[in-house]
Write a protein that binds this ligand. Structure first.
Ligand code: SER
Length: 887
């Protein structure tokens, strides 16, 4: 065998299979389409899952391609010879086509031995040993085929479900028994067929055929597929490794250039001998994780705390930790900047991935932002863990781990890795318990809500199963109902109401929407047959389909079994519906504006007021806010029709309805659609969301939409608060009145108000004391204390590395304040000091910010934090004071 490039292997593979009647199909995006059960495309077949069930039909039954895959399930194995979190799968398929078992095996054998020139003595294969429960026999046909082709029968192994049954990809879908090919990288005696089959020596290079016969359904049953197919896939990196005779995939042309760049960042001359193995493993992990991070970010996924975005966040944090640990044992005083490696990957592999060109800026920005956010957190956390270990502790308690995660923001995986590397016990169980309690406690917003929740829990626990309330409130305002149960205000069950003022009632029917999915509850009244109001319903809650109504009695006595009428407060319902519908339109506008990876992270719908949380790391400028308002109001004016569709969950997903990724849904779901109904023939769908809430019939009923504020609520999550209907008008009128009064005071018109005001208001002198000179090429200024201090106001968060470099250059201190012109009330401040000054940036910033009641911190050379309404002069003045005190 001779070394061939990976690109040559790809060409040879595609050439071989197209010559054998396969049609080459494109590489799909790593983001699955309409498959909420799967985070990323993790094999070639995942992108074409529907072909195997017959839901979609390929143009040709035999197809092939090269597919980029992300398989994070192997993350903890990375660092060994051949496991990766991203790889390229060479795939060939016969979808109800010309070949099945022996055809697939014949093609794989021919390609491996003839085209790649791998000697037969190097090969082992495995076949499926059978499974009674699934009615699957031992795969004799595959075994015979391999032997006929020349594989020694002792090298045809058989394994069970864990090793030789593949799929489904995600939770549901096609799956089946498979046959795999292994390459022997070792020397010495052959495997004797019993004992451990060492998969580090015998590297799996090809899943030469998954014989797709079964479909795993949502109920977790296996049913037969309507026809049989073959799904075969080989890892390009592993092919390149064995053909090139390399010890690991990291020596192939796909990964070695990246690893080389990374190694150059560390001071290997200082590497202690006993750390060589750890160093090699760390370099491999960084190589793999940085490449996968780039692939994910280049698909326009932003790092986030949940769902897809959590993977790059986890990988980047791990890279930061590994890089810091490696720098420590290489005797370096700083941890290197990994951004140039990211740029290298983008520039050197863009012939394979066009996204690396189009989304280069996005990838670099997101990576930088994420490193800036987590670098000092990880560093401080690792220091705390080290301190803990140095105190000769043998265990990391659940409480300590919980404290590090919640108070210091250290990711749990880093604690877990630290425990593993240092042989410390980690009480994960107690940690999870603490986390669970914490989540429950955070659910209680305030004390009153907490006490009502406690009473409700008590009530729910007393309702026997299968007593769901019949909710008829989507189409009715009034309904007659029977009282099923009565509870006192402390949650005790009673049979009748005599002199109680507050009670909780459960009926057989109701028209009131209970608080759910972010929407607040309906209110209403209970009245008798002669229209006398008996009670006000002040709240409505539900659990497992049982609706509990909080009632304040006005008059009369009520007993279990009595018939009453429930009337809905329709005016409140209308206001809630307006706000809820506006939330859907806002969601759709935000995705149109900032990309489809934007996801809802929570919402709150009150009377004419709404709150919508979503993942977005970029800056939301004043122009953006005006743009969002304009677009939502355009939809309102279009008088979009709201249509409710009831369908199966899978149908809804195919229909493209937006769902909360982590949400749990029933099999039958409700999809709320807003569409342009003006032209029946070309109905234009604006929004389709899985939702149980109440909505307007036409968007014009929302009236008017205006944003009150945009906040950054942390960890890349933004919150928009907005008004609709009368509240929106009220909000605008208030603002206009303020402007009107101001023009009167200033003696100006609306049009020249800003001009006149700016002349009047002196621009505060933000500079500190005297400045002796300006720095070249920037608006940095030089403070007159014995250490040079420069400050700058900029629009975007700066890179910590860049600032640190700048501080070294001016041999002084740099302070940076963001002022992006958005309506956010918080500014971001960052401080970097040159290392020779022996100052402590973290301490300085912490002290300065605590004086303003804000938090921040960092390490000795750089630090950052958030700032409320900033008075730059005061802020810089405090820094000067502390520098002079040599803190
Ligand atoms: N889907 C199978 C695998 O991933 C064959 O490609 O192994």
């Amino acid at each position: 065998m001779h070394e061939v490039s990976s690109r040559e292997i790809i060409n040879s593979f595609l050439d071989f299979f197209t010559k054998n009647g396969h049609l080459k199909i494109d590489n799909s995006s790593i983001i699955p389409k309409n498959d909420p059960t799967l985070l990323f495309i993790n094999s070639g077949m995942a992108a074409i899952k529907n072909y195997f069930t017959g839901k979609e039909k390929p143009v040709n039954p035999e197809i092939c391609n090269v597919q980029t895959c992300i398989r994070t399930i192997d993350i903890d194995e990375v660092g060994d010879r051949h496991h990766l979190t991203s790889f390229h799968m060479l795939g060939n398929w016969s979808i109800n086509g010309r070949y099945f078992k022996n055809g697939a095996i014949g093609l794989a054998f021919e390609f491996i031995t003839k085209n790649l020139g791998i000697p037969i003595e190097k090969l082992y294969v495995s076949v499926f040993a059978g499974n009674k429960e699934l009615g699957l026999e031992f795969d004799d046909e595959s075994k015979k085929t391999w032997i006929e082709l020349g594989i020694n029968k002792n090298r045809v192994l058989s394994f069970g479900m864990d090793d030789n049954f593949w799929g489904p990809t995600g939770e549901t879908g096609p799956c089946g028994p498979c046959t795999e090919v292994f390459y022997d990288t070792g020397v010495g005696a052959d495997y004797q067929g019993s004992g451990d089959f060492d998969t580090k020596r015998y590297i799996e290079i090809w899943n030469a055929g998954v014989f797709m016969m079964l479909n795993k359904t949502e109920n977790l049953d296996f049913v037969s597929l309507p026809f049989k197919s073959v799904d075969a896939g080989a890892g390009l990196e592993r092919f390149a490794m064995v053909i090139g005779g390399h010890d690991s995939v990291y020596e192939t042309d796909l990964l070695s250039p990246i690893k080389f760049q990374i190694e150059a960042l560390f001071n290997v001359r200082n590497l202690p001998q006993n750390m060589e193995e750890v160093f090699e493993k760390n370099m491999r992990i960084l190589t793999d994780h940085l490449r996968t991070t780039v692939l994910i970010l280049a698909s326009k996924i932003r790092p986030a705390n949940e769902s897809r975005g959590y993977i790059p966040r986890k990988l980047i944090r791990k890279c930061i930790a590994i890089s810091q640990k490696t720098s420590n044992f290489c005797g370096m005083t700083y941890s290197p900047n990994l951004l140039p490696v990211v740029e290298f990957i983008l520039d050197n592999f863009n012939d394979i991935y066009p996204d690396f060109i189009t989304n280069k800026k996005f990838v670099l920005d997101q990576f930088n932002l994420e490193v800036t956010k987590f670098e000092s957190v990880v560093q401080d956390g690792l220091e705390k863990l080290l301190e803990h270990k140095n105190k000769l502790n043998l265990e990391i308690s659940g409480d300590f781990a919980f404290d590090l995660v919640t108070t210091f923001g250290l990711p749990f995986e880093i604690i877990r890795d630290f425990a593993l590397e240092n042989n410390l016990k980690l009480d994960g169980e107690k940690y999870n318990k603490n986390l669970e309690n914490h989540r429950n406690i955070s659910k209680f917003v305030d004390k009153s809500e907490r006490s009502i929740d406690e009473v409700l829990e008590k009530i729910y626990s007393k309702i026997p199963p299968d007593n769901e309330t019949n909710f008829v409130g989507y189409d009715n305002e009034v309904v007659t109902a029977k009282i099923y149960k009565i509870f006192s205000d402390t949650g005790e069950e009673i049979c009748n109401i005599s002199n109680q003022k507050k009670v909780f009632l459960i009926f057989n029917n109701t028209t009131l929407y209970a608080k759910a999915g972010g929407q607040d509850y309906d209110k209403g009244i209970i009245f008798s047959y002669d229209y006398i109001t008996l009670a006000d319903i002040t709240g409505c809650f539900k659990k497992n389909g049982v609706y509990v109504h909080c009632c304040e009695m006005r008059c009369g006595n009520l007993s279990v079994g009595d018939s009453i009428t429930i009337g809905l407060d329709f005016s409140r319902r209308k206001k809630l519906s307006r706000a809820h519908s506006a939330t859907h339109l806002l969601h759709s506008v935000l995705r149109k504006m900032f990309g489809n990876e934007l996801e809802q992270h929570g919402s709150k719908v009150d009377e004419n007021k709404l709150r919508f949380d979503f993942n977005y790391d970029g800056n939301i400028s004043r122009e953006n806010i005006l743009g969002i308002e304009k677009e939502v109001n355009k939809y309102i004016l279009k008088n979009l029709k709201c249509e409710i569709k009831i369908m199966q969950l899978s149908q809804a997903i195919n229909y493209g309805a937006t769902a909360i990724f982590t949400g749990k849904y029933d099999d039958i779901v409700r999809v709320v659609v807003f569409k342009n109904d003006e032209f029946v023939d070309c109905a234009d769908i604006v929004s389709k969301e899985l939702c149980g809430g109440t909505h307007v019939e036409f968007s014009s009923q929302i009236g008017f939409f205006v944003i009150e504020s945009v906040e950054n609520i942390g960890k890349g999550i933004r919150r928009i608060t907005a008004f609709v209907g009368e509240k929106a008008v009220e909000f605008y009128q208030n603002k206009i009145s303020i402007l009107y009064d101001s023009t009167k005071i200033l003696g100006s018109s609306y049009d020249d108000f800003v001009q006149k005001l700016s002349k009047k208001v002196a621009v505060p002198d933000v500079r500190v004391k005297k400045y002796t000179k300006n720095l070249e090429n920037s608006d940095l200024v030089y403070a007159d204390c014995d250490i040079p201090l420069a400050y700058k106001k900029i629009n975007e968060r700066p890179s910590v590395q860049a600032l640190t470099k700048l501080a070294e250059q001016i041999k002084g201190v740099i302070a940076v304040i963001t002022d992006d012109g958005s309506v956010e009330t918080k500014s971001y401040v960052s401080l970097a000091v040159a290392s020779h000054l022996n100052l402590n940036a973290g301490k300085i910033l912490k002290q300065v910010l605590s004086g303003f009641d804000q938090k921040g911190g960092g390490n000795s050379v750089n630090a950052y934090g958030n700032f409320g309404k900033i008075n730059v002069a005061e802020f810089i003045g405090k820094i000067v004071e502390l520098i002079q005190k040599k803190i």
